[in-house]
Design a protein around this ligand. Structure first.
Ligand SMILES: [Zn+2]
Length: 194
């Protein structure tokens, strides 16, 4: 197997020979930020499924499209910070939170998680103590595990809407089918109809 870095550098050389990108500005044309998951199956699928082109929207991808529960009281985490940058500096006026089916952060098996950590030399129990996570559930909350993608999307929507760092702009919630690309509406922000 070729080294991933070498492979990517070679791909990049080929890309530069074949492609001339048009110069466009950094403010998203559709004045929209989309929060979604880091899932690799969204690559090359997500934007076409939503009809989005380069320069249209800001895309913020986190594990599970979640905001870690432990950070919610402050709602000052990196996702909120990124949205603030998008809103205050880049003209974002709408936010979409898009979870997806078959997410790796749904139904996380605690035993598999701790076994994986241990195999990589990280002691889960020590981490729980050092980081004041409380117990196994705290560890699961920290990593952003959830049970129901619709409920998770709704929670993230609510956290963004209620963040004191952000103005009250329309925040919609959706779920995308990872296999077909079909969108399902979880909640249309009533504020957007005004
Ligand atoms: Zn996911």
């Amino acid at each position: 197997m070729p080294d991933i870095l070498d492979e990517i550098l070679a791909n990049n050389e080929r890309f530069l020979q074949q492609t001339r990108l048009p110069h466009i500005g950094h403010a998203p044309r559709k004045h929209t930020a989309i929060v979604t998951c880091m899932d690799c199956r969204l690559v090359n699928m997500f934007e076409p499924a939503l009809g989005l082109e380069r320069g249209d929207v800001l895309e913020l991808r986190t594990a599970g499209a979640t905001i870690s529960t432990l950070e919610r009281p402050q709602a000052a985490n990196d996702l909120i910070r990124s949205l603030a940058g998008g809103i205050y500096l880049l003209g974002v006026r709408n936010v979409l939170v898009v979870g997806h089916t078959e997410c790796g952060l749904a139904h996380v098996n605690p035993t598999a998680l701790t076994a994986s950590m241990q195999a990589l030399g990280v002691d889960p129990q020590k981490l729980i103590e050092q980081a004041n996570l409380g117990d196994m559930n705290g560890l699961l909350r920290w990593i952003g595990a959830f049970n129901d993608v619709h409920i998770n999307v709704q929670e993230v929507v609510n956290v963004i809407r209620n963040s004191p760092y952000l103005p009250r702009i329309p925040v919609h919630g959706l779920v995308i089918d990872i296999n077909s690309g079909q969108l399902t509406l979880v909640e249309r922000d009533p504020k957007s109809a005004a």
